[in-house]
Structures are given as C-alpha cells and as structure tokens.
Ligand binder design. Structure first.
Ligand code: FES
Ligand code: FE2
Length: 395
C-alpha cells in the first residue's frame, strides 16, 4: 500500500525524534568532523583587521585570542592565562608578544613565557610555562590557523588563480556574509557550516530561489533549468550545469567544492571565463559559520553591493520583505541551527549533496583510521590547486 494511502499518514502528532548527522556537522575538539577539520589550515581573519588590540575569536568551537605583536607577527593563543587564568583579551601587546593584565606575565606568539615581573629575577622557572598556542600564517591578505596535531601540519594550500596577479590587479578579501546571502553588515551566519558548503553542489536552487521565486537576484539566464553532471574532481567534487539560453548561446557553468570547505563559484553575473577567486566556509562552532573570500580583481575595482529588492541591500529589507524575497541566507539559516537530516526526503536533484556528504564521510573515516584526507598536502611543490570553475560558453 502506498505510504500516503492512509488519510492520516504524515500527521505531525507523535512523530519521531528529529536529529542531525552529528558526524558530518559537529566540529568541536575530539569530534569526528572536528578532527577531520583540524587536519587543514583555516582562514580566521582579514590580515588588515589583526593589530595590537587583542580580539576574541571563535573557531571550530574553540574560543581563542588573536593579536599581532609589535614586530608584526600574528599570534593565536588560548585565552586563559597560564598563571591564574584571567583572559588575555585584556592583555597589552608589546614588541615580543602579549602581556597579561593581572600579574604581567608576557607570552610570545608561540606561547613561550618571556617575563614574570612579580617573580624573583623575572621568573627563574618561566621556561616551564607555555601558554597554549596554535600556528598561524598569512596568505592572500588572510590570517590562517592550523589547529591540528603538529606532526600532521600540512603546507598551506595555494590557488593558481590567486598566484598570478598582474600589475593592474590585486587580491580583494572579504570576511562578510555577502556570499551567503547576507551583506557586509554581518560577519557570522547563524547556521551550521555544512548547510552552506553543500549548497555549492546544489545547482537546482539557482533557477528557483535566485531567479523565479524572489525576482532575479543574479541574471535572468539562470532561470533556464540546467542539465547537470556531478563528478569527483581534484580535492573534492564539481558540477557542470549546461544551459541552452533563449538567445541561442550554450554554456557550461562549473562550480567546485574542495575539502575541507572551499567553494569556487563562477561569476554570478555570468561573466565568461574561469572563476576569479576562492571562498572558504569556516565553522565558527556547530551552529555558526563565517565566510572568507579572496578574489583577483582590477586595481580600480569597486565592490558590488548586491541589491535584493527595490534597490536595497539585504540588511535594509524589513521582515516581510525577507519573507517575500528570500535568498541564500533565508534558505540556509531557515534550515535551523543544524539541518535535521533525519527529516529530509532527498530527491534526484540532490545527487550532488548526497555525493558530497558521502565523500565528506569518507574523509572523516580516513582521519579516524590514521590516514590523510583529500586535499591535505605536505609537499610545498604540490601546494598549488588548479581552479576549474567558471562560466564557459560554447560555439
Ligand atoms: S593571571 Fe595572568 S599573569 Fe597572573
Ligand atoms: Fe545560492
């Protein structure tokens, strides 16, 4: 008998426990996905925003202090001082590191204790103390952190499109929610990172959410239902969405998702050619993420402000307008703090999401088994990833 033949089938009363797939979504220390994530470098801040004033930052469910010492080195330390545990948020940054406000212990960016002013001779035993620290690096105008086992620290991945910057070009970085449907008034998106990352393998929301449901958010051509092929590709997977446009043009739009959370989306105005940049969906904790982007742009580039309705930006919409003209923010945050995977009914158009989750689960297993997941690289000669995404028109 068909499942819905009973008139009362699907009644909300007495429905089962609703759950999410914790293995794929939770990122705290010691969790399966958290340990997988801790095998990669993550962008954590824009370099230009990291100065001598200590900042609280949250990443992979850990609260940390980020600062730049007066010699220019970024540092990422556990917040509670190794002496008696006040936060280094109130510390003072000096040439060599950060000095705790309470009794003045000074720590460098690798957690070495350099001075204990209340102790005899400035601390005869200070070498026994180490403030917990994480390695950081800088690339493309971003500060990156590695929060995993030291012996497994990979090289920092580079991207070919960002390696070749011409004399009239520059790399433009952002850390706002713009690419997740918000705008530059908000940095942190209140939903699980996987809601956004798997959206990259979901080409079928483009003709609906972005084109016919809420007005044309990008270009009208995206209203044409694509023929889609999903496939494994270097460091993750990609899809090729083929469209025959009303004006006779034919195009392939190739989008990539690369481990652990990189997303390469071609130009949303359908400009021809390879994608100019890379985005990263960095988990803040289990129920928040932050998006970073680095893009190669002309030096005279002016950031595009996406207009959602009535020529207004996302943060200028009132509540009813968010309902009537939703975009990625509304759809993804609308999936809840973590999407309830037990309640889903995945369909043909979700093949990319299914494949991506399967591939992600495999990488998590590989880490559990002591192996190295896809995209982790220890050879500086192999550190550059080739960008395949773009809008490609066919003759
Ligand atoms: S608590 Fe930091 S120096 Fe005492
Ligand atoms: Fe979208």
């Amino acid at each position: 008998m068909p499942r819905n033949a009973d008139e009362n089938a699907g009644n909300a009363y007495g429905r089962g426990q609703q759950t999410w797939d914790a293995e794929l979504t939770e990122v705290g220390p010691g969790t399966p996905c958290g340990e997988f994530m801790r095998r990669y470098w993550h962008p954590i801040a824009l370099s230009e925003k990291v100065g001598p004033v200590p900042q609280n930052i949250r990443i992979l469910g850990e609260d940390l202090i980020l600062f730049r010492d007066r010699k220019g080195r970024p540092g990422l330390l556990y917040p509670r001082c190794a002496h008696r545990g006040t936060t280094l948020y109130y510390g003072k940054v000096e040439d060599e590191g950060i000095r705790c406000c309470y009794h003045g212990w000074l720590f460098d960016v690798k957690g070495h204790c350099l001075d204990q002013p209340c102790e005899p001779e400035g601390g005869k035993h200070k070498d026994n103390v180490r403030q917990p620290w994480y390695p950081v690096d800088e690339l493309y105008g971003l500060v990156w952190a590695y929060m995993g086992p030291p012996e497994k620290k990979p090289v920092l991945t580079r991207w070919d499109t960002l390696e070749t910057v011409g004399p009239d070009e520059m790399i433009h970085v952002t850390g706002s929610s713009t690419g997740a449907g918000g705008d530059d008034t908000v940095e942190i998106v209140p939903t699980n990172w996987l809601n956004d990352w798997e959206n990259i393998m979901d080409p079928f929301h483009v003709p609906i959410l972005h084109t016919t449901f809420s007005t044309v958010q990008f270009v009208p051509e995206f209203g044409v239902m694509p023929t889609v092929k999903w496939e494994h590709a270097s460091h993750g997977m990609r899809y090729i969405a083929y469209r025959e446009l009303d004006d006779g043009r034919k195009m392939d739009r190739i989008t990539q998702a690369l481990f652990p959370h990189a997303r390469i989306v071609p130009d949303i105005r359908m400009k021809e050619g390879p994608a100019a940049g890379v985005g990263w969906v960095v988990p803040v904790d289990d129920t928040h993420f932050r998006l970073f982007h680095a893009r190669k742009v002309p030096k005279d580039f002016k950031p595009i402000i996406v207009r959602h309705y009535d020529n207004r930006s996302w943060s200028e919409l009132n509540e009813e307008e968010h309902q009537r003209f939703p975009g990625d923010w509304e759809a993804q945050v609308g999936q809840g703090p973590i999407s309830l995977h037990s309640e889903e009914n995945l369909a043909t158009s979700d093949l990319g999401v299914v494949q991506l989750r399967r591939l992600l689960r495999r990488q998590i297993e590989i880490v559990k088994e002591g192996g190295d997941p896809l995209g982790v690289c220890f050879d500086p000669e192999q550190a550059v990833v080739k960008v395949q995404a773009g809008n490609f028109f066919k003759k």
